[in-house]
Write a protein that binds this ligand. Sequence first.
Ligand SMILES: Nc1ncnc2c1ncn2[C@@H]1O[C@H](COP(=O)(O)OP(=O)(O)O)[C@@H](O)[C@H]1O
Ligand SMILES: [Mg+2]
Length: 364
Amino acid sequence: MPDNNSDALVRFENVQKSYDGEILVVKDLNLNIAKGEFLTMLGPSGSGKTTCLMMLAGFEPATHGEIYLDDVPINRVPPHKRGIGMVFQSYALFPHMTIGENLAFPLEVRKMGKSERDEKVKRALDMVQLGAFADRRPAQLSGGQQQRVAVARSLVFDPDVVLMDEPLGALDKNLREQMQYEIKHIHERLGVTVLYVTHDQSEALTMSNRVAVFDAGIIQQLAPPDVLYEQPTNAFVADFIGDNNCLVGTVTEESENSCVVQTPDGSNIKANKINIAGKGQKSTLSIRPERVIVNPDPGQVPNIFKAKALELIYLGDHIRTRMEVCGNDQFYVKIPNSTHHADLNQGDEVTIGWNEYDCRALDN
Ligand SMILES: Nc1ncnc2c1ncn2[C@@H]1O[C@H](COP(=O)(O)OP(=O)(O)O)[C@@H](O)[C@H]1O
Ligand SMILES: [Mg+2]
């Protein structure tokens, strides 16, 4: 989606946050979220994601900068007047109220009449397939059902934006994956704008239109899922998104689009020049395990090296093989379990290779 101001529903402009007056946990956030977009903030614990949500929701003031909702600055607008729904990891349902009463609560706060309220509650519960549960209490529902109630409650008052902070973190893997699709489909049906937070990269890739990868209070890269995986612009993103091999070396040659990086063992690797400081400087090469070819034909690819298979792990659809290559013994190769796959054994010496365009020279 375009990142211009005109169709941005949410805008962070030069937003900074410090809790102690010294350390900036959000450094200089500039981010536009388009109307109807599903945007995920993805990053390790402590990188500042929740802080961003809290500032947008109005529970934490920004130390510097301004946040706009529909072009209106909201720094001084109290939380309940921002039209924002929220879902947290802990479901935060009121235990003494029924499910129906939990959902009606945000509508009562907004002084909505009973008949309209009942209708909206019913619609929201049907949306998460819990229409029959209106009279139960939260304790009578499973964790997954409670979280679906929390999702319904965040949407019941037709908010412009819904913020979800690791909402599936407490659920087991199968349920989590099922809920990812459910939330994604609700988003597609309603067209509501969602700002989602997770530290789980596969969750971010599954659900989002765009993902903002966070580290240390800074957006490292903002892009759709496929672009993040195929075209990471720095070593942090390459390593954080998907399986990745890193080879560290020094740039010895540089042309317009490509470069040669020499690893400490003397191997010269031709790479796609993405983000390097220049000749004589360090660079980290990123190579995806599934892009490595075992036993390439001579001349098939520009990078061919001797390698040794150190460890093979059978994973059904592929064999994950740890190899030693270019002086690195933590180099992983995914060998697809197809009819004609390379039949390797531990300790075997082979040649492996990869294309220049599958090898990205990034910052150190
Ligand atoms: N209320 C708070 N008071 C002081 N420090 C906080 C508070 N909330 C978060 N922090 C600190 O701010 C940093 C970012 O935290 P947070 O936004 O929760 O990150 P994330 O959600 O990415 O895990 C962390 O170092 C955290 O310890
Ligand atoms: Mg958090």
